[in-house]
Design a protein around this ligand. Structure first.
Ligand SMILES: C[S@@+](CC[C@H](N)C(=O)[O-])C[C@H]1O[C@@H](n2cnc3c(N)ncnc32)[C@H](O)[C@@H]1O
Length: 211
């Protein structure tokens, strides 16, 4: 039986980073679910029902579950769909057998391509929406880190939580709005982490020991 739910990894945001398979899924869907940003930039076709993911995501998932007309539903999720993503919840809710999952370029992969560097040896962690995180321990246990941030868990928060670090021991890059207007990837010192404006879509790349 054809799958009724397609979880589409949309990459970091630019339409030209969608895979052909992802584009085809969005074209075929009767209902497209996603953030306002992803719907506006990637699914602007007329005559298709849009459900905007905002507020309590579970309510939207319930609304989708109530659709009884056999419609094909595409969920747009950023980056890769099973990396710190709603994709996981959607598979759980609708069942693996009913879901197709289409991979996408993760925001961190894109950042490393822009830097022209390998991400071998990095640990990927998300602070997005997190509550208690022992950042000091995370830094102690990992010499190379990729951290997904959010407006609250921003570079200034990292500085406040860490207190102090020996000068020059770590290299930091903040990568924001990747592949979209306003893209910015900057190398920054620990001391300056609280001096940059907070972009809601940002990751922090941390490397211990030199450049
Ligand atoms: C819920 S996580 C999803 C990660 C996604 N699955 C991926 O593979 O990139 C959302 C976080 O990803 C990061 N992110 C997603 N798109 C981004 C972009 N275009 N630029 C910078 N960071 C991005 C931000 O840290 C954001 O808070």
């Amino acid at each position: 039986m054809d799958k009724r739910f397609i979880i589409v990894g949309c990459g970091p945001g630019s339409p030209d980073l969608l895979t052909l398979r992802a584009r085809d899924a969005i074209e075929r869907a009767d209902v497209v679910v996603g953030s306002r940003r992803l719907l506006d930039t990637l699914a602007a076709k007329r005559g298709v029902r849009h459900l905007v993911l905002e507020g309590d995501y579970r309510e939207i998932l319930e609304e989708v579950a109530r659709l009884e007309d056999g419609s094909l539903v595409a969920f747009l999720v950023s980056g890769d769909p099973l990396l710190y993503s709603l994709g996981e919840l959607i598979v759980k809710k609708f069942g693996r057998e009913n879901c197709e999952v289409i991979p996408g370029v993760s925001s961190f992969q894109y950042a490393f391509c822009m830097l022209g560097e390998s991400w071998r040896g990095y640990r990927v962690l998300s602070l997005h929406g997190s509550e208690d995180v022992d950042l000091r321990r995370i830094f102690e246990e990992n010499a190379r880190l990729i951290l997904f941030l959010d407006p609250e868990h921003n570079p200034g928060y990292i500085k406040r939580s860490m207190g102090s670090l020996p000068e020059g021991e770590y290299t930091f890059h903040v990568a924001s709005n990747l592949s979209m207007p306003g893209e910015r990837i900057i190398r920054i010192s620990f001391d300056d982490l609280d001096s940059i404006p907070t972009e809601s879509l940002s990751i922090l790349i941390v490397r211990k020991g030199g450049a």
